[in-house]
Every structure is written in structure tokens, then in C-alpha cells.
Ligand binder design. Structure first.
Ligand code: SF4
Ligand code: MG
Length: 345
């Protein structure tokens, strides 16, 4: 299948009084309908900013967006605001961590779904209401006929998240961007919402971009994964490649921070040393070098002077097609480090 969304060398820079903030600085990925791409990274890595660019939501004059974003074959970078707004309702929708930020507190949940639906569909209020009830039912809200007239604050966190998904899906989008959709929810509700997204994706045959700092969430849903650091994709590949044969030291760090059920609880969280870099003064060479425990193994000073490109990684056979990593360590050495030092930890 042809990619439904294709992002190439995307850059989103903001002019500020302190200098140019390079929030996204060369990101490429593609996702087909029926597939889920997970974008993972710490906060400030550019994952949300890049998706807001896809949605056409950076309207401030300080934002400079270059590169290419093709949605269903149509170029969005440089397109008219009105065209992007129209596409946003027809072909793509976004759900956020906090449904309250996407919902108006003084309007009923039903009216907000009806409004969203009627912006893009010429239908009567009555038909739109019937559609809204149907959507609430499909996202698993009990007694939708009476719940439709409730206000957002009358819903629990999980129910609000379901209602926001209903709102997003009411226009039958082919691309769904979910930005930390379960971060604010407790574990049981988290699992239910992930199941819901998976079911709806199958039903609507949508392309899904799932943004999260939580590798457990991408492990649940993603077919492919892009790991972001300092505005760039530093490793990408199938979920299988990223979880079973990761080649970037930063990905190793993220996997180390992932809760593992084969470890006692006290050992579960191993945060990566150091803090995410400044996006105004990005470290020279490999942006990860101040935090990387493997830079000493690279010959010469490449880690501090040359920015590594995302190059093919993996064994090059079957499952690892499309696997790439941006690191100066030779791929054979990375595989050896993973197998002998990192994975047994
Ligand atoms: Fe570490 Fe060097 Fe690889 Fe960057 S390029 S991840 S600093 S080894
Ligand atoms: Mg974010």
C-alpha cells in the first residue's frame, strides 16, 4: 500500500528572543492506512511539535516549517490555511492527553460532537444527533441516549477520553494522531482505551500515529517505531527490530527505563542519566553525546564533531528491513554490545 502520510526532512523552527529553537530538525517517516506508527522520546524531543505541524496547527508567525508533509498524496507544507483546515476535518483528527483541553466545559458532550460533525457534513441537527449517539455507543459509553446531554465534567477521566475519541472519529478520518492518549489514566482504563483505538483503527482502516514517552504503550499498539531525540529520528524500524534488536544507545536507555515484569519492582525504573538537551544550543556532533556511555568506544572525535545520519541498521534480512540508526558505532559493534552487554542487564 502507498503511504497515507509521508513526512520528509521535516523541520519546525521557532524564532524566539533567545535564539532559534529547532524543535524538529530533520524528521522523516511514513505510515500506511491500517498501520500504527509509534513516535517515542522524552518530553521536548519534538514528537508533539512534529505532529502539530502535520495537523497544520502551528499558525504563529514565528514558526518556520520546511520539508514535506504529504497526506494522501497532497502536500501540506506551504498549503493555504483554509485547505489544511478542511483536510483536518475530513482526513485527519487528533486526540490529546487531556480531553478537557479539547472540550468546551459549558457545552454538552453531545453538542460538541454534533458541532464537529456538522462543520464537515451537511446534515440536519436530528441526523447529527443520531450520529453522535451512534459514535458514543461505538466508543463504549453506556446509555449514550442519556449521556449525550451530559457536560464533560460529569464524565470520569476514561469516559471523557472515550468522548474525545468519538468527537475525533465523528468525521471518519483516515489519519488519527493520538498524543499521549492514555498518560493521564490509570492502568486499567489505559488498557481499555488502547483496545478501543486498536478496534476503531481496524473498523475505519485508519493510519494511526501514536505519540508517547511510554514504550509500554507503543509495545501494545505500534507496527513501526520512530525514536526521537533533540528533534530528529535517531532510530526507526519495525516494533520487532526496536524491541528485539535495537542499535542506538539512546534506545537502549529507553528500554532500560521500561517497566519489565521479569524484574523485581525496585529495579523497574532506570531513568537515563542526564537531562534532555537544549533545543537552542543543541550539543555538537551527536546530540546524545553528553549522556552517552558508549561515545568512548568510537574512534576519534566523531561523537562530538559529526552529526550521525540515520543509516540502515540491522542484519539486513527479512524482519529488519527499514531498520535504521544514527550512531557512529559500526553496526556489527552495536549488535554485539546489545547482545552481550545491554540485553542481559
Ligand atoms: Fe553515543 Fe557516539 Fe553513538 Fe552518539 S554517535 S549515540 S555519542 S556512540
Ligand atoms: Mg508532548
Amino acid at each position: 500500500r502507498a503511504p497515507y502520510l509521508e513526512v520528509s526532512d521535516l523541520r519546525v523552527h521557532f524564532e524566539t528572543d533567545d535564539g532559534l529553537v529547532k524543535s524538529v530538525d530533520g524528521l522523516s517517516y511514513s505510515v500506511e492506512r491500517g498501520r500504527t506508527l509509534g513516535i517515542v522520546g522524552e518530553s521536548g524531543s519534538g514528537k508533539s511539535v512534529s505532529s502539530m505541524a502535520v495537523m497544520g496547527l502551528h499558525t504563529s508567525r514565528s514558526a518556520r516549517i520546511t520539508g514535506s508533509i504529504r497526506l494522501d498524496g497532497q502536500e501540506l507544507v506551504g498549503a493555504e490555511q483554509d485547505d489544511v483546515r478542511r483536510l483536518r476535518g475530513q482526513k485527519m483528527a487528533m486526540i490529546f492527553q487531556d480531553p478537557l483541553s479539547a472540550m468546551h466545559p459549558f457545552y454538552t458532550v453531545g453538542n460538541q460532537i454534533i458541532e464537529a460533525y456538522r462543520i464537515h457534513n451537511r446534515v440536519s441537527k436530528k441526523a447529527a444527533r443520531a450520529h453522535a449517539i451512534d459514535m458514543l455507543d461505538r466508543v463504549g459509553i453506556p446509555e449514550p441516549k442519556s449521556r449525550i446531554d451530559a457536560y464533560p465534567h460529569q464524565f470520569s477521566g476514561g469516559m471523557r477520553q472515550r468522548a474525545m475519541i468519538a468527537m475525533a472519529l465523528s468525521c471518519d478520518p483516515s489519519l488519527l494522531i493520538a498524543d499521549e492518549p492514555t498518560t493521564a489514566l490509570d492502568v486499567t482504563v489505559q488498557a481499555q482505551i488502547l483496545d478501543l483505538i486498536r478496534d476503531l483503527q481496524q473498523e475505519f482502516d485508519s493510519a494511526v500515529v501514536l505519540i508517547t514517552h511510554d514504550l509500554g504503550v507503543v509495545a501494545e499498539l505500534a507496527d513501526d517505531i520512530v525514536v526521537m531525540y533533540a528533534g530528529r529520528g535517531i532510530e526507526q524500524g519495525s516494533a520487532e527490530a526496536i524491541f528485539n534488536a535495537p542499535e542506538h544507545p539512546y534506545t537502549w536507555g529507553l528500554l532500560g527505563s521500561m517497566p519489565r515484569f521479569d524484574r523485581p519492582p525496585t529495579e523497574r525504573l532506570l531513568p537515563i542519566k542526564g537531562t534532555p538537551p537544549s533545543l537552542i544550543r543543541v550539543p555538537s556532533g551527536c546530540a546524545f553525546h553528553p549522556r552517552c556511555e558508549f561515545s568512548g568506544r568510537v574512534r576519534g572525535d566523531a561523537c562530538t564533531t559529526e552529526r550521525p545520519e540515520l543509516l540502515p541498521a540491522g542484519s539486513g534480512t527479512g524482519a529488519h528491513v527499514g531498520h535504521g540508526a544514527a550512531c557512529h558505532l559500526p553496526t556489527a559493534e552495536r549488535q554485539q554490545v546489545w547482545a552481550q552487554e545491554i540485553s542481559p542487564r
